[in-house]
Write a protein of this length. Structure first.
Length: 379
């Protein structure tokens, strides 16, 4: 255990969702009996939060629904476990960057209601553990977080519903990333909710340019450009072999704290293989449509080896000002993380062969070989 690590526990993001979304989720997805108590607690907190959500929706949200962004938003994309969180935390040291906080991601409509925020953020500070279960990343209510948790709070479109109902991960991907079978009115509502969330994040974090870190957007480039034609994208990629091992470890450690439904280990492994193929193929298909100067690609390996060079490349290729003013803050942050211990992984040669077979297209595209530090174990 890390020094001074605060213990705590996580609850499913449904604690802050609208009743409309709650009804959709529980009417269409089965709750496993072993998670019945967790479900009851989640719904109880949701009911307690209800009047605060209603107040903010009626009297506060309208202030943030309109208005164009002064600066082009930046979207960090890439498959899970590819370094998106690390890069997001580094770039958020730039004072101009606005972001969705962990608290906003769970209670997006209890953000500017003073009494509601005092109550729920106070409880969240007590309950949230010091580090994330899957990878030891620091947690805190005010720290940067990916917005996918909040995107489904009013309109039932969020890929992260799968954390609660993992058996439907494929269905959620098709519906919430590819928008398959979703009515245009629902897509428009999702876009409106997204803009609202961004405007509130700008106010809440005090930044001038919104910086997103949201892996599902790796497959939504076209939709993002429909909303923000001048949007800038940073795609970070990592050796697929390490991505698989890290994703498997992360899911295995995080799901027990968020799920409301059991899932077979074999089914979860298949979902990991399918998810990578689907979202990376979508990225490779959509990324050429990004206008010149609005997309930069970096590797996790390069970011680890020379973070200053990778960061400078991002600012220069996307024509974003502020590098010289912010690099000292970023270097200070990087120095504070030097003691961070990454998870170690082992694998069988059979698993390696499957990864090469299933994800070989990505290894070829980004010129990845078998990592030298992989430790093989017997079958």
């Amino acid at each position: 255990m890390m020094k001074n690590e605060k213990k705590g526990f996580l609850l499913p993001p449904a604690v802050g969702y609208s009743f409309q979304v709650i009804v959709y989720l529980f009417a269409n997805h089965l709750v496993s009996f072993r998670f019945l108590l967790r479900t009851i607690i989640t719904l109880l907190i949701n009911v307690i939060n209800w009047p605060f959500r209603v107040y903010e929706k009626l009297f506060i949200n309208k202030k943030y629904k309109s208005g164009e962004l002064e600066k082009a938003p930046i979207f960090i994309i890439g498959h899970w476990r590819s370094g998106t969180t690390h890069l997001h935390n580094i770039l958020c040291q730039d004072k101009q960057m606005a972001y969705v906080s962990t608290f906003q991601s769970v209670f997006p409509d209890t953000l500017f209601n003073k009494l509601g925020r005092f109550i729920f953020e106070g409880f969240a500070r007590i309950l949230i553990p010091g580090t994330r279960k899957g990878d030891n990343v620091q947690l805190g209510t005010g720290l940067p977080q990916e917005e996918e948790f909040a995107l489904g709070d009013k309109t039932p479109i969020s890929f992260y519903y799968f954390w609660m109902f993992p058996r439907s991960i494929h269905t959620f991907f098709q519906r919430c990333v590819r928008f398959a079978g979703v009515k245009e009115t629902a897509v428009d509502a999702w876009k409106s909710d997204y803009r609202l969330m961004i405007n509130k994040a700008l106010k809440d974090s005090g930044g001038q340019r919104f910086l997103s870190k949201n892996p599902p957007n790796t497959g939504r480039i076209e939709k993002i450009l429909e909303m923000f034609p001048n949007a800038k994208f940073i795609h970070i990629h990592r050796n697929p072999v390490e991505v698989f091992l890290s994703t498997q470890n992360f899911f295995n450690k995080m799901l027990p704290h968020l799920q409301l439904q059991t899932i077979d280990a074999e089914l979860l492994t298949k979902a990991i293989f399918d998810l990578y193929k689907d979202i990376m193929h979508d990225y490779l298909e959509q990324s050429p449509k990004v206008p010149k100067g609005q997309l930069v690609e970096i590797s996790f390996e390069a970011l680890e080896k020379n973070p200053q060079l990778s960061i400078k490349t991002i600012y220069e290729e996307l024509n974003v000002s502020g590098y010289e003013k912010s690099i000292a803050f970023m270097e200070s942050y990087l120095d504070s993380k030097k003691s961070y211990q990454k998870n170690t992984h082992q694998m069988t040669r059979e698993l390696l062969a499957k990864i090469q077979s299933e994800w070989g297209f990505a290894m070829k595209h980004w010129s990845y070989d078998i990592p030298a530090n992989i430790e093989f174990i017997d079958e």
